[in-house]
Design a binder for this molecule. Structure first.
Ligand SMILES: [Zn+2]
Length: 560
């Protein structure tokens, strides 16, 4: 069914809660594992209906922020989501404590039960008011960022529209844009500090109420980190610092040389070439068409997927007034339909939508017939492997998008992917320090960030821009506010995607088969087990980061 024809009806939370209560009663009275499994199918139906309605409302709200109907629906979901999660977790608790656990584990998989255990620890009736307050705080931060009005060269822009100026090929324009962004952040930084301070205290209070030592432990549970812990992550950060930071410093030196500079300043953060970054050559419509052609050549599975997406109009990617910023992939279960939302703006970011977001969508599509929907609740460290690896698997088609500058694009893509890792890891360490020390003042938090910049990005000079020199850069990073501790997942996934890159350079078909196998595994097993099964090395383990740096060095054209 085409997206525009999908019907929408608001789910009523009061009757949903009653339905779930009834299911709980039926589960408690069930006489066998088989019977419980059957009742669980009714629960799955309820879940799918709810997720279908939620995603349709969410997408339609993003597609047109002036639509009053979906604005109300969106507010309604914001309000009821904690109640839905709570009811859902209560239901799962009954399954978790089932006398027929062995049979159910056999059918639903051990990871499902491990995640139920983590969920049960993560929520209680008592903390619902705190969770609602936390949601309100994130909305406050999001609103400040979304409604930013930045004066620049006689016009007013929001933050995302300032992006292209900050990456302009003319260094003077970049400098001015950077200053305008910095000035704007200086005008709101006290308020953002106040919001973040309240968030840290709120999240810490939630953790304490649930019996955790700190919010970090609670966040790990909420993110279903079921096969590694914070010590593994700390060991991973240590390896990034040791091996990736010096490697990226080499790349920064090479980039400065290419740009004709002695040293990179923050002005160059997103700039790779003196003549500007390569942009796609075609119109938005042509980009989608080239994408369809590319996926029809890559494999039979990707062809089927992309044809389905186009036929059912599951892309909303062209820029339009009143459309929400950003881009994402989501899934509408009742119609077995992935959906991709974005705002094409003529930069290489448009191609990332076709590679990265389509990678997420592809994984959803090929597992759409999996009856056990719990298999879809894998962590982002797994999900981002599907998307980031697709970026590499499609390297061979970039000529169709970038014309004669396709080599520049590939150089930029790999350099950018490598350059991201120290930053992503720094964002993680920052949050660990913040939540280990919830009593820190806003000024102390900025000092922490400044210190981390020196450790992770010594090759960039931040002193020229007031807000960055103050240690405020992290206030731009919405994940720190909206989805705490999520960020390292990108880094972990990136290390795996880079392993696929190395693998495909040796044997493309073989690497593709392994990738497909990983996609199909979905979340049926633990992260560490699944990646090992398809021949990837676990990023936390000693030596893995070192080895990947060794393999990437010649590919990224480092001078060393
Ligand atoms: Zn992604």
């Amino acid at each position: 069914m085409k997206f525009k024809d999908m019907p929408y009806e608001r789910p009523d939370i009061n009757s949903l809660e009653k339905e779930i209560e009834k299911l709980i009663e039926r589960q408690k009275n069930a006489k066998s594992g088989e019977e419980q499994f059957k009742i669980n199918k009714d629960f799955y139906k309820l879940r799918k209906d709810f997720e279908t309605a939620y995603n349709i409302a969410y997408i339609r709200h993003d597609a047109d922020n002036t639509d009053e109907f979906y604005e109300k629906e969106n507010d309604y979901f914001d309000e009821i989501l904690p109640r839905w999660s709570n009811a859902y977790i209560k239901y799962n608790k009954v399954l978790f404590e089932s006398p027929y656990r062995e049979y159910l584990e056999e059918k639903l998989g051990p990871v499902t039960f491990k995640n139920m255990e983590l969920d049960a620890k993560s929520i209680s009736d008592e903390i619902l008011p705190l969770m609602q307050e936390e949601n309100a705080l994130t909305s406050r931060y999001d609103k400040i960022i979304a409604t930013a009005k930045i004066e620049f060269e006689g016009e007013t822009y929001n933050l995302s529209l300032m992006g292209p100026f900050a990456r302009n090929k003319d260094r003077n324009i970049r400098k001015k844009a950077n200053k305008a962004i910095s000035d704007w952040f200086m005008s709101v930084t006290d308020e953002i500090d106040e919001i973040y301070d309240a968030m840290v205290k709120n999240r810490t209070a939630q953790a304490k109420a649930l019996g955790f030592e700190s919010f970090t432990d609670l966040a790990y549970c909420r993110m279903h980190r079921n096969s590694y812990d914070k010590n593994d992550v700390a060991n991973f950060r240590k390896q990034i610092k040791e091996h990736f930071v010096p490697f990226v410093a080499e790349l920064a030196e090479k980039r400065a040389e290419r740009l004709g500079l002695d040293k990179l300043e923050d002005t160059e953060l997103g700039v790779y070439f003196k003549e500007g970054n390569p942009n796609p050559t075609g119109s938005p419509e042509e980009i989608l068409k080239s994408g369809q052609k590319m996926y029809s050549e890559l494999s039979a599975e990707t062809k089927e997927y992309m044809d389905f997406m186009m036929e059912n109009e599951l892309f909303d990617v062209f820029g339009r007034k009143n459309k929400a910023a950003g881009g994402y992939q989501t899934y509408i279960p009742n119609y077995e339909s992935p959906f991709i939302f974005a705002n094409f703006n003529g930069t290489s970011g448009d191609i990332d939508v076709i590679t990265h977001e389509c990678g997420h969508g592809f994984q959803c599509f090929i597992t759409r017939k999996d009856e056990i929907i719990d298999h879809n609740s894998f962590g982002m460290e797994t999900a981002e492997i599907h998307s980031m690896s697709m970026e590499y698997f499609t390297y061979g088609w970039m000529k169709n998008f970038f014309g004669e500058r396709y080599k520049d694009y590939l150089e930029m893509h790999l350099e950018d992917a490598c350059t991201f890792l120290p930053y992503g890891t720094m964002v993680d360490e920052f949050q660990h320090i913040v939540y280990d020390n919830p009593e820190m003042t806003p000024a102390q938090r900025k000092e922490v960030w400044k210190k981390l910049e020196v450790e992770y990005r010594p090759y960039i000079e931040f002193e020229g821009t007031e807000f960055f020199a103050l240690g405020g850069f992290w206030q731009k990073q919405l994940h720190i506010f909206d989805v705490p501790f999520y960020y390292i997942d990108y880094v972990l996934a990136s290390i795996c995607a880079m392993q696929f890159k190395v693998m495909m350079d040796e044997n493309f078909e073989g690497a593709w088969d392994k990738y497909l196998e990983l996609c199909k595994l979905s979340g049926s097993d633990y992260y560490t087990k699944m990646i090992s099964q398809v021949g990837l090395k676990i990023p936390f383990n000693d030596g893995v980061v070192k080895e990947i740096v060794k393999k990437l060095r010649p590919l990224a054209g480092s001078n060393k």
